[in-house]
Design a protein around this ligand. Structure first.
Ligand code: ISL
Length: 538
């Protein structure tokens, strides 16, 4: 296995608008992030992934870019951004920028020009047709929007305000590569490439048999040619890290994006867990891990995450945020940092922040949720019932402001926050977590430190001993005779786990766990509710 800094890294995702507001306008901003960099550094992470902060009308929280070369006012200025990059580097960390190249904002000058006339030189930069097909978009009932100026429809995989670029057009590709170089030449350390599996479209846009199965939007022929060209033209000339957002892929297809000998991307986010595992499903999860490990190991690199700005907080969705919040937050962290792949921490995860239920649709902001709500209510369904159905997976679950302390608005802003703070901020906040030696935060610090001291956590082979076990997940990571054993009891009840002879033959050193060590030397481990342990085997 080839070594690389991004394989050894732990990435911390900053959804800046909800991180820290330095000027009281209710939005987090880049200056706010600068002020909190010491906090992030203290955690021990190596890389910060910054959500999009380019100029944008902000219909989809920055994922609708209207100028790739400017910073949006809410976030700050280019000067502040440059200071941020500097300050990140000064602290020995790296910065990767989230970049959206599948689509732009409908306010981007390219699109304004494209829509102005059928003869516009930029007409072909977007996708125009006389008639729509039956496809849905991620966020709307049709992927096509009628435009009165020219009497044609344009294609959008997401919101109406996010027209897709036409990647077949080489001028588009060259403009995008030029813009990527602009940011890389400023010294950033890589990109998180948004919706990258969507760049190539199906020829002729054939109607789908089931329009609700939107897989037709992704992984289409031609895609890997674009990625190889992107790598050739841009990425390979820099020492950077690229991670692509790749929905709806099997491990075999996923490998094509990240295989080291194909020279496309370094790693990917696949969504087999987040998209297909609505709640904790141990057998399924173990199977997913094993399949991806077997397909990628030695050939390409994976990522480990259970939540981000699009997915409900992990302790709420996959843990127990009521009776065992602290224990299960630590267990999930232990798992993510010891499975093969680069682990990601989404801001607030390190203090065990939870999802939220707002009582009114008006308190929500997520365009995906709001569009779906409007669509369902228009069909005559009961609004309260629609709201309740949408709440568990609303993207706003993860977007509520970072909880810094127990003062008003959780210390996030002195103004009115753009989205309400989770009411549990008085108990769950950074100040409390820093003061409590048993907090999730201090546990995450130890976990990250452990990864630095144990190369087997990064490069070690993986073996699961509990494929058919409903509660216990026990696996090893092994490298050059160094062996770690990880045992997790993902359950509200205690469970005993008898080590197989292959493991009980070793002496165990307890390295880290979320309960005090109970010095068990026998072959049976008495695991407490949501207990997680990491042992060194000798
Ligand atoms: O999160 C996913 C898996 O459930 C994806 O399907 C995701 O919704 C989709 O791939 C795109 O997400 C990204 O692009 C969107 C933006 O709204 C999201 O916030 C972003 O992560 C459009 O740019």
């Amino acid at each position: 296995m080839k070594k690389a800094w991004w394989k050894e890294a732990v990435v911390y995702q900053v959804y800046w608008r909800s991180f820290y507001d330095s000027d009281g306008d209710g939005y987090g901003d880049l200056q706010g992030l600068i002020e909190k960099l010491d906090y992030i550094q203290h955690l021990g992470v190596n890389v910060i992934w910054l959500n999009p902060c380019y100029e944008s009308p902000d219909k989809d929280n920055g994922y609708d870019i209207s100028d790739y070369y400017r910073i949006m006012d809410k976030a700050g200025t280019m000067k502040t951004w440059e200071t941020l990059l500097d300050e990140v580097h000064k602290r020995g960390m790296k910065l990767i920028m989230d970049l959206v190249v599948n689509h732009t904002s409908d306010q981007h000058p390219w699109f304004l020009e494209s829509r102005s006339s059928k003869d516009s030189p930029k007409r072909d930069w977007y996708i125009w047709r006389d008639k729509p097909n039956n496809w849905r978009s991620y966020f709307t009932p049709s992927a096509w929007e009628y435009d009165e100026t020219t009497g044609q429809y344009y294609f959008h995989s997401f919101a109406v305000e996010q027209p897709d670029l036409n990647w077949k057009n080489h001028e588009v590709r060259e403009e995008i590569y030029k813009m990527m170089r602009f940011w890389l030449d400023k010294g950033i350390d890589g990109f998180r490439l948004d919706a990258i599996a969507l760049l190539a479209k199906q020829d002729g846009f054939p109607d789908a048999t089931d329009p609700y199965d939107i897989r037709y939007l992704t992984n289409n022929p031609g895609l890997h040619d674009y990625l190889r060209e992107m790598n050739e033209q841009v990425f390979k000339h820099y020492d950077i890290f690229t991670v692509g957002e790749v929905a709806f892929v099997s491990p075999e297809e996923g490998l094509k994006y990240v295989a080291e000998d194909r020279h496309e991307l370094h790693t990917l986010f696949h969504f087999e867990v987040c998209d297909e595992m609505p709640s904790w499903d141990p057998l399924r999860f173990k199977q997913i891990q094993k399949r991806w490990y077997e397909a990628l190991w030695g050939k390409g690199w994976n990522s480990q995450f259970l939540n981000n700005h699009d997915h409900t907080r992990q302790v709420t969705r996959y843990g127990n945020d009521k009776e065992y919040r602290v224990e299960s937050a630590k267990l999930l962290g232990t798992m993510l940092h010891t499975l093969p792949g680069t682990p990601y921490i989404y801001q607030g995860e390190e203090i065990g922040m939870t999802g939220v239920r707002f009582s009114s649709i008006d308190d929500y902001n997520d365009i995906a949720m709001k569009n779906k709500y409007a669509e369902e209510v228009a069909k005559g369904r009961d609004p309260q019932e629609v709201l309740e159905n949408l709440q568990p997976l609303s993207r706003d679950n993860s977007r509520t402001p970072m909880q810094w302390d127990d003062s008003e608005h959780a210390g996030f802003t002195t103004g009115t926050p753009w989205i309400k703070v989770n009411p549990n901020y008085k108990e769950i906040n950074v100040k409390q977590a820093l003061e409590d030696p048993n907090s999730v935060y201090h546990y995450y610090r130890k976990l990250i430190q452990l990864r630095k001291e144990h190369p087997e956590m990064v490069y070690g082979t993986f073996h699961d001993y509990t494929e058919n076990e409903p509660y216990i997940y026990a696996y090893t990571r092994e490298l050059d005779g160094r062996r770690l054993l990880i045992v997790l009891n993902h359950c509200n009840e205690p469970n005993d786990y008898e080590l197989p002879s292959a493991l009980s033959a070793y002496t165990r050193d307890y390295l880290l766990g979320n309960y005090a060590d109970i010095q068990e030397t026998g072959a049976v481990l008495h695991m407490r509710p949501h207990e997680a342990r990491i042992y060194k085997l000798k």
